[in-house]
Design a protein around this ligand. Sequence first.
Ligand SMILES: Cc1ncc(COP(=O)(O)O)c(C=O)c1O
Length: 465
Amino acid sequence: MDQYRDQTENDIRTDRLLREGDVNFGSQREQWYRHLPEGTKEMLKADEEVFLKQSMSTPCLDVITDAEGAYLTDCQGKQYLDFHGNSLHQVGYKNPFVVEAVQKQLQQLSFIPRRFTAEIAVKAASLLVEKTESRDYRVLFHPSGSGAVGMALKIARKATGRQKVISMWESFHGASLDAIAVGGEAVFKKDMGLMMPGCIKAIPYNSYRNLIHSTDPERIADFCIDYIRYIIENEGDIGAILLEPVRATDIHVPPVSYFRQLRQICDENGILLIFDEIPTALGRSGCFYVHQNFQVEPDILVLGKGLGGGVIPQAAVLVKKKYDCASEISLGHYTHEKPALGCAAICATIAYIDRENLVERARQLGNFLREQGEALCQRWNCIGQIRQIGLMIAFEIVQNRETKEKDAELAERVLYGCLAEGLSFKVSGGSCLVWHPPLIVTKEQLKTAFAILEKVLKEQKADGR
Ligand SMILES: Cc1ncc(COP(=O)(O)O)c(C=O)c1O
């Protein structure tokens, strides 16, 4: 930690420039460290000695010894209600149903070598396909979301014979070199040199405010779609359009017309539509898959994070059957290609979501989340807007509601204040407080989170009404 105090002003300025989320150093982090118990500080120091430092990661905030349900427990016994959870704890941490299924699988068949298959792998893939509307997909697995995005891009090239892909500025699709090429966030690209060619960026739905002075969703959608059409006409050779249907980090929800037009453009131009639902699928949006909110199907659907039930690293691509056209080459020649444990986790996760009716629960608790969020927004000028779908909500922190100027400093102070009170979440896009509670969250826990947030806003003397 001392070395962070020595960080040059220039480093800090650079980090502010690249700011996508909360920063690992700076005055808020420094203060946070000051209040940590000695034992925790020592462990954090040991962590720093052995891990490479990186933005939004190491050095870490705290040391945990347990994660269960919606809670993290740190090494001093402090509990955090975790509304971040890397967006993977849809069924809650250490879900006993998932853990038991994985343990059983571990004892029975723990690995499936390439060229062999097993019932559990067929079952997991089939369950994912059965959850789609058309059931017209084939599947590939990969341990990481980034790897799955890479496979999706390869499939699009092979299926269309075209190399170029349109993705969105400010987007994130993983941290590998191919994934950062299609991603639009500066913090992942800085100092990385040449990117994969043919990656063209379009205007994401969430950038509308800077570009057209309208708050009408249909107008914004038309504006963004017109630009995509312009790229297709002027660039040529576009094989795929890749986007998160709802961006997990700031939760802008485009209207149905946006998706309908995207689908139409792709159909008219022989372009594959790829949806990255890695952090948002599995019921979080109030539908099992996010795109089911918008009545369109992608040609390729990318899943990850919660797919492994918060226990096993697991991702997948679902590809429309007509694009199963690469049998003579290796698309996803990965060691954990039909992963026994991951597949057991997928089956148990889906069974648990169904058994506990978690998709419907996300919808209902989502309504409560929106009502509470709107009421909070009414009481606090510093909350410029809330955006919500299912059990995902973003609170946009602004200097005041008239100018809507983002207030990254306040967002960060609120984050640390809430962490001190035992509520963990993420700051995204510099000034968005983003909650992704698990789908097993209770109404009481949501109320607790709102109470903490309001208490901290008062402590920070934020701009109230
Ligand atoms: C939208 C999106 N795509 C891709 C990824 C990459 O997944 P992974 O970290 O498993 O490689 C993430 C991870 O945060 C993500 O949020």
